[in-house]
Design a protein around this ligand. Structure first.
Ligand code: C2E
Ligand code: MG
Ligand code: MG
Ligand code: MG
Length: 275
């Protein structure tokens, strides 16, 4: 009986692994077709300054529609990282975002963020290529924010010099999903980044009753002491927004203001804001 149970277990694990593998193979194949057809889209999620209630930036987020259904980047980006397709995905997103900025002066008044995977930094002449792309389109580096997740920071000896060079060139650098990785205060103080995006996990934590919102406020205070621009991610409730108003100069990206949207919708919001 026990033996049979054991055999079933083995079989179960085997199938689960098999299924996962099948999914990776499927995603790799379909993503390759999507890349070839240039079918990936980019959405933008506005970033708001709480004090002025205005849009000060937007994050570009890749979107993949497969037979009318969106496949989440949380699903296909990790696969693309495994298969190496992330370089093609990254290039496609970069091209699209830079051409959107070049064609829409309204976007030049705010800062646009692009997510980068560590592998993109490993590319030959990464910085030269990015600088060349930006210059060719007459875009100022300061209009762009390079987002890199904090977990990547475990490879900081390799990544930090690139981030430092980006800052020297005038780009903004944001540490994404801050709080989910391994950063300490001393570590953060040496981090070549001028923006910290505080992960939604902190926001959720602060929303628990009786939490006193202690952890979130200490992280915010720590970042402002280091003179970093702070973006709080994933704010969904009015209560959280009200809570965040007590801090100076906080920026918010979350459903309470707006979800990621096509460029045309962002342009409408920016137009409303302008007059
Ligand atoms: P991220 O860079 O941290 O992006 C923020 C994610 O949080 C987005 O998910 C956004 O839709 C979601 N979000 C924003 N506000 C709220 C909120 O109030 N509540 C909740 N529950 N979620 C909110 P999305 O677009 O599904 O992207 C997931 C992740 O995939 C991104 O996390 C990023 O790590 C990665 N990703 C997306 N686009 C790209 C890309 O072009 N390149 C690379 N390398 N990674 C990307
Ligand atoms: Mg991001
Ligand atoms: Mg994030
Ligand atoms: Mg995230």
């Amino acid at each position: 009986q026990a033996k049979r149970h054991g055999a079933n277990q083995l079989c179960f694990y085997h199938n689960a692994m098999d299924e996962q593998y099948q999914q990776i193979v499927w995603i790799r194949g379909e993503l390759q077709k999507a890349l070839k057809r240039q079918a990936l889209q980019v959405y933008y999620q506005p970033v708001y300054c709480i004090a002025s209630n205005t849009i000060v930036g937007a994050e570009s987020l890749v979107r993949w529609q497969h037979n009318g259904e969106f496949i989440s980047p949380a699903v296909f980006i990790p696969v693309a990282e495994q298969t190496g397709q992330i370089l093609q995905v990254g290039d496609a997103v970069c091209e699209k975002v830079l051409s959107d900025i070049a064609q829409n002066p309204a976007l030049q008044a705010i800062s646009i963020a692009i997510n980068f995977s560590p592998q993109q930094f490993q590319q030959q002449r990464f910085l030269e290529k990015l600088t060349e792309q930006v210059t060719r389109r007459n875009i100022q580096p300061a209009q762009l924010t390079v987002e890199v997740t904090e977990t990547v920071m475990t490879e900081r000896t390799r990544i930090d010099p690139i981030l430092r060079a980006l800052i020297a060139e005038g780009f903004n650098v944001a540490i994404d999903d801050f709080g989910t990785g391994y950063s300490s205060l001393s570590y953060l103080s040496k981090q070549p980044a001028n923006i910290i995006k505080i992960d939604r996990a902190f926001t959720l934590d602060a929303e628990q009753p009786g939490q006193e919102q202690g952890l979130l406020s200490s992280v915010i205070n720590m970042c402002s002491e280091l003179d970093k621009t702070i973006v709080v991610e994933g704010v969904e409730t009015q209560a959280m927004l009200t809570y965040l108003r007590r801090f100076n100069n906080i920026r918010v990206q979350g459903y309470i203001y707006a979800a990621p949207m096509p460029l045309a919708e962002l342009l409408v919001l920016l137009r409303q804001q302008a007059g």
